[in-house]
Design a protein around this ligand. Structure first.
Ligand code: SAM
Length: 329
């Protein structure tokens, strides 16, 4: 078991498959992109499956979420999913994606064993999409969403990040759209994880603001908080339900006390928190011939050192050196 010194147990493994992305979302990376990791530094498919297998068989990981960068850019993704689905005990397998290319891959991924999917959609306006993501790809994202639902990856979840002055006014429209399509929408507060370190608290659209904007059009009733468990989203029934909307107040309503996550970067570094300032290298020992026992011990030490909170609201907060795209969101 991966238990830390505050009694939390990590069961949810987020695996970044690549730091590359085909969008340049302003809250994540600069318009010119980033220096991508050289290929030899990325874990190979075999290395990934070995580490995930170890986590599942020996360390109590029950859920594996593939992310990035953009995980659909990882060649061989369906094969990786298939191999992870064959592990014993079989973990729940999910994917967070911007949806570009999902129209071609959704069915294959579902057949390979993908259980659930989150697609990021921050706006319904093609112009705002270009402004925010610096690429003209809204139609591809919408096609990806539709394909995911058709492939049986329901309920499709949608992640939205709002930026003041850009898409900050779109909360009600996004919810209307998701209700009509049968997608489950969750708003995520913008976190200080952008590569350009330009996050400003005053620019973040807060959970309170999202709730106020939605409440002007919808009747929101909190669902039973007892059901939330370690889920980051506070959920609300919309107009009496059954459909819901989620708000992830990572900054103003942190949920670190029930965090059950651990992250593996595309270059094989283990992180006990999105905001961790230290990583634990698994790739070096793995390539140096470490045994499963040695790797498991490294993994346990990393989790044992997890801090009680992400620290965003502390006066001395320092943004992690690695951006979200490299850590894996
Ligand atoms: N490329 C994929 C995608 O777009 O979903 C997966 C990686 S992305 C880093 C995962 C999630 O993190 C997305 O929903 C994205 O909106 C969110 N995200 C990225 N940067 C963020 C930030 N600074 N604050 C909050 N959420 C962020």
């Amino acid at each position: 078991m991966l238990t830390d010194s505050y009694g939390r147990t990590a069961t949810d493994l987020r695996v970044s498959l690549t730091d590359r992305c085909n969008l340049r979302c302003a809250y994540c990376m600069p318009a010119e992109g980033l220096d991508w990791l050289p290929k030899p530094e990325l874990l190979t498919d075999d290395e990934l499956v070995r580490l995930i297998g170890l986590a599942v068989a020996r360390l109590g990981i029950t859920e594996v979420r593939f992310t990035g960068g953009e995980p659909l850019l990882r060649r061989g993704l369906p094969g990786i999913v298939e191999r992870v689905a064959a592990l014993e005990p079989r973990p729940e397998i999910s994917l967070t994606t911007n949806g570009i290319g999902l129209d071609r891959l959704a069915r294959q991924l579902h057949t390979a064993g993908l259980d659930r999917i989150n697609v990021s959609l921050d706006t319904l306006s093609a112009d705002v999409f270009v402004q925010l993501a610096r690429r003209d790809r809204l139609a591809d994202v919408l096609a990806g969403l539709a394909a995911a639902a058709q492939a049986g990856l329901a309920p499709v979840k949608v992640n939205a990040v709002l930026m003041r002055g850009v898409n900050g006014h779109e909360a009600p429209a996004l919810l209307r759209f998701c209700l009509a399509q049968g997608y489950q929408l969750r708003f995520i507060e913008q976190m200080p994880l952008d590569a350009q370190h330009s996050w400003q608290r005053s620019e973040m659209v807060t959970a309170d603001e999202v709730l106020a904007a939605l409440s002007s059009e919808f009747c929101l009733t909190p669902t039973d908080p007892g059901e939330r468990g370690s889920a980051p989203a506070e959920t609300f029934l919309v107009d009496g339900g059954p459909q819901t909307v989620g708000i992830i107040g990572s900054v103003t309503r942190p949920f670190c006390g029930s965090c059950d996550r651990v992250r593996l970067t595309a270059d094989g570094q283990l992180r006990n928190c999105l905001f961790a300032r230290e990583e634990s290298d698994l790739r070096g020992p793995l390539r140096g011939g470490a045994s499963d026992d040695e790797l498991a011990a490294r993994w346990e030490r990393c989790i044992a050192a997890k801090l009680p909170g992400h620290g965003i609201n502390d006066s001395g907060f320092l943004q992690p050196a690695r951006p979200m795209s490299a850590i894996g969101g």
